[in-house]
Design a protein around this ligand. Structure first.
Ligand SMILES: C[S@@+](CC[C@H](N)C(=O)[O-])C[C@H]1O[C@@H](n2cnc3c(N)ncnc32)[C@H](O)[C@@H]1O
Length: 277
């Protein structure tokens, strides 16, 4: 795929420019989303048309005109070529997902982390996914393990897509999509979780009390954050220390790791923690 694209782009870009572009685009089903460096913006239309013509199954190419932002963690997309349609189907590890790349958060770059979490879950667990989006982690977990997942999101479009994904993957009763603010939903939730996912790294500290409230004594929290580290190898330990500084309950760190780089010397990390209440 990369070789084919390089060949297609070599007609309009220098080898260095096409290298940079290829590392900055995502293909999601039949949609390509490309981040274009400022110097190449005058060529954005021709870049879009080239990608549309050369990547066979692609029907739409969008330029990502803003970072992921706002409460719903969505981004502005500008159509460069093809159909102006942002909903598509995406497949990952045997699961099918309806996603809307403009109106609900979705990232194909979290697939390794989704698989890691699904592997950690044990049969019979109750999982609370506090910031679930279209249900990527929830569906994968319930497809792989015999668990119950409460899949909460404040964005009504994300929650509706999660409902469709539950149907598509035949997981009715195993994944429960709930639309609302996670703090309020958790106040009313009767069941407590063996495992809680906090995939809103920018605001993990703000929602930690809710995560602790919804998790059983002895349960596990997957706490995601954004950490600045001069040395990449320090990022995991720094995020563990950060968690220990903010947690109000007795906590045993089980593991920590970098999920993905998010900027220069800036990393999204996860800390897996067993809590005692
Ligand atoms: C970074 S995305 C993660 C989505 C999902 N876990 C995934 O990986 O695809 C964060 C999600 O949290 C949701 N969100 C933000 N604030 C929220 C809140 N107070 N309660 C529930 N969901 C919230 C956003 O709508 C967004 O879908």
């Amino acid at each position: 795929m990369t070789r084919m694209l390089k060949k297609a782009l070599e007609k309009i870009l220098t080898p260095q420019e096409s290298e940079e572009l290829i590392s900055a685009f995502d293909q999601i089903g039949d949609i390509i989303i490309v981040r274009i460096p400022d110097v190449l913006l005058p060529k954005k239309k021709i870049i879009g048309e080239t990608l549309l013509n050369e990547v066979k199954i692609v029907k739409s190419v969008f330029y990502q005109a803003s970072p992921v932002e706002g409460d719903f963690r969505t981004r502005n997309l500008e159509i460069l070529a093809g159909e102006d349609r942002t909903e598509t189907e995406y497949k990952e590890f045997g699961c099918r997902f309806r996603v809307d790349v403009a109106n609900a958060f979705f990232s194909p770059r979290l697939s390794t982390e989704r698989e890691r979490i699904a592997n950690l879950i044990e049969d019979g667990e109750v999982v609370v996914n506090m910031f679930a989006g279209v249900g990527m982690f929830s569906i994968m977990a319930a497809k792989k393990k015999n668990c119950t997942v409460y899949s909460i999101d404040i964005n009504p479009i994300a929650s509706k897509l999660c409902e469709r994904n539950i149907e598509l993957n035949k997981l009715a009763g195993k994944v429960i999509s709930i639309n609302g603010d996670t703090t309020k939903v958790i106040e009313d939730l009767q069941e407590k979780a063996d495992r809680t996912l906090m995939l809103l790294p920018e605001k993990s500290d703000e929602y930690l009390d809710s995560a602790i409230k919804t998790t059983k004594d002895g349960g596990i929290i997957h706490y995601y954050s954004h950490i600045h580290a001069d040395k990449k190898s320090d990022a995991g330990k720094l995020s563990e220390q950060h968690f220990l500084d903010v947690t109000p309950v007795k906590s045993k760190i089980l593991a920590s790791k970098i999920v993905r780089p998010v900027g220069p010397r800036y990393y999204q990390t996860v800390v897996d923690v067993k809590i005692s209440k």
